[in-house]
Ligand binder design. Structure first.
Ligand code: ACO
Length: 323
């Protein structure tokens, strides 16, 4: 049976100019490079300056992804932007990307699922491709989390960073077998009862548009490790694969310890795990596409990988794909 598969044609990324090392944070709050490195694996993160924006970073990443794909904006049918830190309440970041690329057709919208946002957006794009609504979809993950961080709260301000990543997905007619290249399957979950463990209050419908991130770190850590290992197994099993078939794990880059504990639960060696958290920090929806772009030279066509993430909500999920 032939089916339409969403294959990644190219990737792109963009980071703010300024990289902030742990030592600089230690001059602002009561922390140290040693504490941050040991507990999180983060050494530096990029922080947006004046004139840098979520839409601007997303547009730069999208432009590079199109270039690497060898296609023009006129061939894009849809833009889906994952973000929790849009520059404006409306319109969407995706329509800003659309305008920035000079697109005069297609449709564009945002997806908000915090750190799982890119996986949600990728899964929505995959549905459009599978059912024939769109042939080419641009998916971005972009954040300026530094703007909703409480810079006096040492338990959260050390974790987050800004940036953007993008992928171009194109429909390919394939056999519908597990050896097809492209997105093979995904699982998405959310549980709104976990609100209080990780949230940023504020918003146009309540206290005003601006809030700051609040987090119960230990609880988030525990849930992340449990759910990540489970969802990786689920997407593998659904595709008829086992853990041993996996060439790469591309996790949301929240904390090196979460990633190592997840890999350990899965019995996966760390050289199969893409790690960028040391120099990106947690960039929420941007972290997975940033990691894909950075590691792309290490991937070979046909490599089996699972992307996984957990974030505020909670939302979480996994996507299995062949590169
Ligand atoms: N510098 C120095 N000390 C600190 C800092 C800091 N930046 N932050 C907290 N501490 C102190 C605490 O006050 C506490 O002190 P006490 O023992 O005197 O009370 C001590 O360090 C231990 O605090 P814990 O919160 O128990 O430390 P933990 O080992 O759990 O590490 C961390 C904290 C890094 C936040 C961890 O819980 C974590 O990474 N959780 C996951 C959170 C996360 O990644 N969230 C991102 C969004 S969700 C996601 O993307 C998966």
């Amino acid at each position: 049976m032939s089916i339409l598969r969403a294959r990644i044609l190219g990737t792109g990324s963009a980071l703010p100019e300024k990289s902030v090392a742990n030592a600089e944070l230690a001059s602002r709050v009561d922390t140290s490079d040693e504490w941050i490195t040991q507990r999180t694996g983060i050494r530096s993160r990029h922080i947006a300056g004046e004139g840098e924006s979520t839409a601007g970073l997303a547009l730069a990443a999208a432009t590079q992804a199109l270039k690497e794909s060898g296609i023009g904006a006129a061939q894009v049918d849809a833009v889906i932007a994952a973000t929790t830190t849009p520059d404006e309440i409306f319109p969407s970041v995706a329509t800003r990307i659309q305008a920035g690329l000079g697109m005069t057709r297609g449709f564009a919208f945002d997806v908000q699922a915090v750190c799982s946002g890119f996986l949600y957006a990728l899964t929505v794009a995959d549905q459009f491709i599978r059912n024939g609504t769109a042939r080419t979809v641009l998916v971005t993950g972009a954040e300026t989390l530094s703007r909703i961080v409480d810079w006096t709260d040492r338990s959260t301000c050390i974790l987050f960073g800004d940036g953007a990543g993008a992928v171009v997905l194109r429909a390919f007619e394939d056999e519908g077998s597990s050896s097809d290249r492209g997105i093979l399957g995904s699982r998405l979950y959310s549980d709104g009862r976990m609100h209080d463990l990780l949230y940023a209050a504020g918003g146009p419908g309540s206290a005003g548009p601006k809030g700051a991130i609040k987090m119960q770190g230990r609880e988030v850590f525990r849930h992340a490790v449990d759910e990540m290992a489970k969802v990786v197994d689920e997407v593998l099993t659904a595709g008829g694969f086992s853990r041993a078939d996996l060439d790469w794990l591309v996790p949301h880059q929240a904390n090196r310890r979460i990633i190592e504990a997840t890999a350990q639960k899965l019995g996966l060696s760390m050289d199969k795990v893409v790690l960028t958290v040391d120099h990106h920090g947690n960039t929420s929806a941007a972290s997975i596409p940033l990691a894909l772009h950075e590691a792309r030279a290490r991937f070979r066509p046909g490599d089996l990988m699972v992307l996984e993430a957990l974030g505020g909500g909670f939302t979480w999920g996994g996507v299995a794909l062949r590169w």
